[in-house]
Design a protein around this ligand. Structure first.
Ligand code: GRF
Length: 213
């Protein structure tokens, strides 16, 4: 079967992109990264792909007169590289509903909070400021709202009394790096069934040729 081709959108550090690359090279994720697009020419994420033979493109918003033109370029790049699934991995721009509706059920995001709590920016700080005792991360499909699409996987971490934004973010990030590749792999195995807001995880199919009772 043809491998699912991933298109990853990044803006900065790229540690989640790294987690996807690592999962693919460790055979924990049966997919191929067809393209990485950064809207930031200085993103550290771009350095992470060097040496992996992964096509990268920098598409800067300021080079386009409108958001629509910018997004047209993104869509054209994804089409050119035959991308099946778009991953937002620290991409710091909000995509228009026009763009999102072109890829229904084909865009995923990771958010550093247990949605629907603390959507938007600085989710870890929001959790600390609120006094939450549990934080975590969420992988979800992207819909037209802000971090509001159907939830695929979530995992919790404790908030400790002496946590700072940095220590809490670090604890969450560690779990993000496990959860995102796992969610993408479920998609690649066609094991995600979206029913309204709920995403059911289907059982693993026996491998072709494997003995069944
Ligand atoms: C992560 O915390 C992710 O949850 C959020 O943005 C951050 C990106 O980090 N959406 P990185 O660029 O993947 O290191």
């Amino acid at each position: 079967m043809r491998k699912t081709v991933l298109g990853v959108l990044v803006s900065g550090r790229g540690s989640n992109l790294q987690a996807i690359i690592d999962a693919i090279s460790a055979d924990r994720l049966d997919a191929k990264i067809g393209l990485v697009i950064s809207d930031n020419p200085d993103a550290h994420a771009l350095q992470r792909v060097a040496g992996w033979n992964i096509p990268t493109v920098v598409v800067e918003r300021k080079k386009y007169s409108s958001r629509q033109d910018f997004e047209e370029r993104l869509a054209a790049e994804f089409a050119l590289h035959h991308v099946d699934l778009i991953l937002l991995a620290g991409f710091m721009r909000i995509l228009s509903s026009h763009f999102i509706s072109r890829f229904p059920g084909k865009i995923m995001n990771i958010h550093p909070a247990l949605l629907p709590a603390f959507p938007g920016l600085n989710a870890q700080k929001q959790a600390l400021d609120y006094g939450a005792k549990v934080a975590g991360c969420t992988v979800h499909f992207v819909d037209e709202g802000m971090d509001s699409g159907p939830i695929i996987l979530q995992e919790a971490v404790p908030v400790l009394d002496n946590d700072t934004v940095e220590t809490l973010s670090e604890r969450i990030l560690h779990v993000e790096h496990i959860l995102y590749p796992r969610a993408v792999n479920l998609y690649c195995q066609q094991r995600l069934a979206v029913e309204g807001r709920r995403v059911r995880i289907l059982p693993k199919m026996p491998k072709e040729g494997a003995k069944t009772q």
